[in-house]
Design a protein around this ligand. Sequence first.
Ligand SMILES: Cc1cc2nc3c(=O)[nH]c(=O)nc-3n(C[C@H](O)[C@H](O)[C@H](O)COP(=O)(O)OP(=O)(O)OC[C@H]3O[C@@H](n4cnc5c(N)ncnc54)[C@H](O)[C@@H]3O)c2cc1C
Length: 409
Amino acid sequence: MSVVTEQQGHGGVSFAQDEETRLILDSIDDFIEQEVKPLEDELGETFDNPRLSNEADGAVVPEVQEAADEVRRKSAEAGFYAMNMPEEYGGEGVSNVTWYRATRHVSEKGRGLHELMLAGPEGPKPLLLQAEGEQVEKYLEPCIRGEKTTAFGLTEPSVGSDAPSMKTTAEKDGDEWVLNGSKQWITNAPHCDFAQIFARTTPVEDAGRYGGITCFIVESDEFELGSYNNAVGLEGRQAEVLLNDVRIPEDRVLGTQDGAFYNAMSFLSLGRLELGARAVGLSRNLLDLCKEYANEREAFGKPIGEYQQVSTKVAKGRARNYTADSAGLRLAWQMDEGQQTVEESSIFKWYATDTLWQIADDAVQIHASSGLSEDNPFMDHLHIARVLRVVEGTDEIQLNTVAKQNGLL
Ligand SMILES: Cc1cc2nc3c(=O)[nH]c(=O)nc-3n(C[C@H](O)[C@H](O)[C@H](O)COP(=O)(O)OP(=O)(O)OC[C@H]3O[C@@H](n4cnc5c(N)ncnc54)[C@H](O)[C@@H]3O)c2cc1C
């Protein structure tokens, strides 16, 4: 039921899957089978058991990180990893609708190493497309080729949602900028080649709340790695970035000086589309597992799916998943059309991740004791659903945006 059609004016706008996308999805399946599955088999439990995949201080064990790096590099070689990036820089330039379908498709296979085959927070994002001159060759293109990884440094110990109140500063000294402050919860900080660090360059009084913020490319040997920030189920991926008198040359300013916050805001829709697509795919995966179990597992002489309290959980999950998917496809299409999608992207991110949360909770309930078992993926889905409801703007921030777009707040 993934085909949604919509009429606009006299011309029909179809969301039916085209042949090119079908071929991409088929080749994704082949790639996972041939390149990713053998690595997963080799790692066995080490990959998804946090007690085995992390060192005592939280760091990911080398063999897991090596497997992740291999998936990323091979996927980039095969043209999947950054397929939504422009062809002129080595991407495939696919539409947002195709990117949405590919992301959803990968997540439909559940949690695992295969999720890393499409660029996540460690990969190239539209902000990096602001790269100019030597930055293109040194940072943007290697990132698209999967040879280098990055990190996005906005959140600080005292500011998360309220990012413009950041305390990290950068002051000009001759031809250099001097950065001071600290970031936390920075995904891929422990493994990145370079980070994109946001710092206040002009005081609020002079530049306004959203102005006066600049993004700097900071190489990994230029910042100090602080403690790991371990979210349950994602141990070893996030960490503090400490900046103590870090001197950065002028040519490492990414995009416009003082304009980084506006830049970042203009790319929010893509991040929300991507996270929502992951949530839609993971929800489908869970619904499939629930349907199978509800037909197989018997209680009081019949399959549990024959009890209305069980079947209704699956039916409601299916209805929510269908609605979220339709909203995702429509958002991707609107973005391809160059439309403003501030409200739609917030609605989609909030709804798709909230839906995943509800489906994951029902999946645990349907599987009952085995739903709670470490051997099954349900609690892991519940954890990731919880994370997705916080990152890239919390539920509350998404709903604030919708309220503001409707003349409230
Ligand atoms: C796994 C993970 C990965 C992350 N990766 C990155 C990364 O790579 N880079 C990065 O920069 N950050 C990253 N973050 C940080 C993430 O972006 C922040 O956690 C998020 O923005 C929320 O900030 P906070 O945790 O400080 O919560 P706060 O902003 O302090 O919010 C606390 C609570 O108050 C609510 N709240 C705040 N303001 C309002 C308001 N105006 N109206 C209503 N409610 C409000 C929030 O919704 C929340 O419920 C990551 C976090 C996690 C957990």
